[in-house]
Design a protein around this ligand. Structure first.
Ligand code: GLU
Length: 508
C-alpha cells in the first residue's frame, strides 16, 4: 500500500509554526516511505475564511522546501483539493448516514438551542450538549413524525444533520504515538456533520476526503485527538477502513506548560509564524522567521526536533538526513517546549557552515543598502572574519561596521583600562614600524608587531587592545592582523593617526 498523507490546514490566518511542524512530519513521513504528500485546503467554514491565507500557506511550505505532490495548484488525480470546490460530494455522504440511521435531521432554531443550554445550566449540568440524552427533547427527525420531517424538509426549513452518537460505548482509537486511546461515547455529543448553509462541517468533509483521497496516515496536532473517536465512528458508519492516526504533541511556551501562542512570541520577542503576515482586515503585522533573518533550513531543522528525536546526539540535519532518520515511533507524547535561544543557535550553526564566498554573496544586498561600496571579495573576507560571531546575516555587517566605516567612537571601558599616558607614544612608534612594511598582509603586520613589542620590552596586553581600539573602536573582535590586512595600509595609518589624536596627546 502506497503511503499517502495530507496536510489539511484551514485558511483562517497565517500558519502557526506548530502547523509547519505538522506539515513537516507529514512530509518527512511521506518521503521516507516513497509516498505522497498532499495539501488539502479545508475551507468549509466560510465565516472563518481569511483573504490571502491560502497563498501564505503555500508560500510557507515552499520556503521550507516542502512542495506538495498533490494539492490546489499542484495537480493530482484526487482533486479538487479545496473543500469549497468539493461541496457537491459531501451531501451525498450525509444522506447516506441518514438513510443508514447513523445521522438525523435537526430543525432546532438558534433560540431553541439557547433555551436548551439555559435549561441544562440551571439544572447544574457541567457542559450542556446536544447529546444522546438531550436530543430526545429537541426538534429532530428522531422525535418528530416522519410526515412532519418530510413537511419541514419540503417547505425548506433550515436544518443541520447531526451524528447519532451511540449511547454508552467504548470507542477505541489506535494512535501510532499514543497507543490505544479509549473514550466512552457518554462524553461525546451529537456533532453537526452538515450545516444549514449547505456545507459540511470539518468532521464530515475530513473523513470523506481522507477516504476518497486514499489517505493512509492521518498525522496531525494533539488538539484533534478529542475528535478522533467521532472520526473512528464515522469510518465504521460508512463501512470504511480508518487510516492510521498519529497525534503530534503540542508545542509549549518557553516559560510554563501552556500551548505556545502568538502572545508568547510578542511577550518574549520571537516570531511564531514562518513568514511575516499582515492581517488583511486590521493591517496588523506579525513577524516571521524568514524576515527575521532565519535560514529556512535551520528553521526546519529546529522544528524537526520539537517532538521528534533521532535517538542519537546529532542535532544538525539537512532535509535529506531528516527524511532518512525520521520515524513516527520516535515522536514523543509529551509536549515539546519551544526554546527561542536554541532556535538562534540552530541559525548560527547553519550560518557558520556556509562557505565564506556564499556568505559574501548573501550579505551583498545588506551592504548595498547601507551604501557600502565594496567588492564581493571584500565581503567574502568580511564574512570569514565575522561569521564566528554572528547568528544572522545582518550581524556580519553590523558587528563588522568598522570594516566599512572609520570608527566614530572608542570603546569606553577599554579606553579607561588600557589607554595610558605613554600610550600615544607607543602607538605612534608602532605606526612608524608598520610604515616600513612594503608587502602589506596579516603575517607581516603580525611579525612587525611582535618585533616592536620585543624591542620596546612591552607586553601584548598593553599594546594589542590599544591597536584594536584605534583601528576598530572596539575592545574585542576577530584577529587584528587579518583586519589590518583587509583594511589596507593607508586606511590603518589614517585610523591610527586619527585615534591617537582623539584619544590623547600624540607623541612627536
Ligand atoms: N483543518 C484542520 C486544521 O485546520 C485539519 C485537522 C486534521 O488534520 O484533521 O488543522
Amino acid at each position: 500500500m502506497k503511503v499517502r498523507v495530507r496536510f489539511a490546514p484551514s485558511p483562517t490566518g497565517p500558519l502557526h509554526m506548530g502547523g509547519v511542524r505538522t506539515a513537516l512530519y507529514n512530509y518527512l513521513f511521506a518521503k521516507k516511505h516513497g509516498g505522497s504528500f498532499i495539501l488539502r485546503i479545508e475551507d468549509t467554514d466560510q465565516t472563518r475564511f481569511v483573504e490571502g491565507a491560502e497563498d501564505y500557506i503555500k508560500e510557507a511550505l515552499a520556503w521550507c522546501g516542502m512542495i506538495p505532490d498533490e494539492g490546489p495548484g499542484f495537480g493530482g488525480k484526487f482533486g479538487p483539493y479545496k473543500q469549497s470546490e468539493r461541496k457537491e460530494i459531501y451531501k451525498e455522504y450525509a444522506d447516506r448516514l441518514i438513510n443508514s440511521g447513523y445521522a438525523y435531521y435537526a430543525f432546532d432554531t438558534p433560540e431553541e438551542l439557547d433555551a436548551m443550554r439555559e435549561r441544562l445550566k440551571k439544572a447544574k449540568v457541567a457542559s450542556p450538549q446536544y447529546n444522546t440524552i438531550t436530543r430526545d427533547t429537541m426538534r429532530n427527525s428522531l422525535t418528530l413524525s416522519e410526515e412532519e420531517v418530510s413537511r419541514l424538509l419540503q417547505e425548506g426549513h433550515p436544518y443541520v444533520i447531526r451524528f447519532k452518537m451511540p449511547r454508552k460505548e467504548d470507542v477505541r482509537v489506535q494512535d501510532v504515538i499514543r497507543g490505544w486511546v479509549v473514550v466512552n461515547t457518554i462524553q461525546l455529543d451529537d456533532k453537526v456533520l452538515f450545516k444549514s448553509d449547505g456545507m459540511p462541517t470539518y468532521h464530515l468533509a475530513n473523513i470523506v476526503d481522507d477516504h476518497k483521497m486514499e489517505i493512509t496516515h492521518v498525522i496531525r496536532g494533539e488538539e484533534w485527538l478529542p475528535s478522533a473517536p467521532l472520526h473512528v465512528l464515522l469510518y465504521q458508519a460508512f463501512g470504511w477502513d480508518a487510516p492510521q492516526f498519529a497525534h503530534l504533541p503540542l508545542l509549549l511556551k518557553p516559560d510554563g506548560n501552556g500551548k505556545l501562542s502568538k502572545r508568547d512570541g510578542d511577550r518574549l520577542g520571537f516570531p511564531v509564524f514562518p513568514l511575516e503576515w499582515s492581517d488583511p482586515k486590521t493591517g496588523e503585522k506579525s513577524s516571521g522567521y524568514r524576515e527575521n533573518g532565519y535560514f529556512a533550513e535551520s528553521f526546519v531543522n529546529m522544528l524537526s526536533m520539537l517532538g521528534w528525536n533521532p535517538g542519537t546526539p546529532q542535532e544538525i540535519f539537512s532535509m535529506d538526513e531528516l527524511i532518512e532518520a525520521f520515524s513516527l515511533e520516535r515522536v514523543g507524547k509529551a509536549g515539546a517546549k519551544f526554546d527561542p535561544n536554541k532556535t538562534k543557535w540552530f541559525n548560527q550553526q547553519y550560518l557558520r557552515a556556509y562557505k565564506d564566498e556564499e556568505l559574501g554573496k548573501m550579505i551583498e544586498p545588506i551592504a548595498k543598502e547601507k551604501e557600502y561600496d565594496v567588492s564581493l571579495e571584500y565581503l567574502t573576507e568580511v564574512s570569514r572574519l565575522m561569521k564566528e560571531r554572528a547568528s544572522f546575516l545582518p550581524e556580519i555587517v553590523e558587528n563588522g561596521q568598522y570594516l566599512f566605516e572609520v570608527p566614530k567612537e572608542y570603546d569606553e571601558k577599554t579606553t579607561r583600562k588600557k589607554w595610558k599616558e605613554d600610550t600615544p607614544q607607543v602607538m605612534e612608534g608602532l605606526r612608524a614600524e608598520f610604515e616600513k612594511i612594503s608587502d602589506w598582509n596579516a603575517e607581516n603586520c603580525h611579525s612587525v608587531f611582535i618585533s616592536y613589542l620585543e624591542k620596546k620590552e612591552l607586553g601584548m596586553g598593553r599594546v594589542l587592545p590599544n591597536l584594536r581600539l584605534l583601528i576598530t573602536g572596539q575592545g574585542m573582535g576577530p584577529s587584528m592582523f587579518d583586519i589590518m590586512a583587509l583594511l589596507g595600509k593607508e586606511e590603518c595609518f589614517n585610523r591610527m593617526k586619527k585615534g591617537i589624536s582623539e584619544l590623547g596627546i600624540a607623541a612627536n
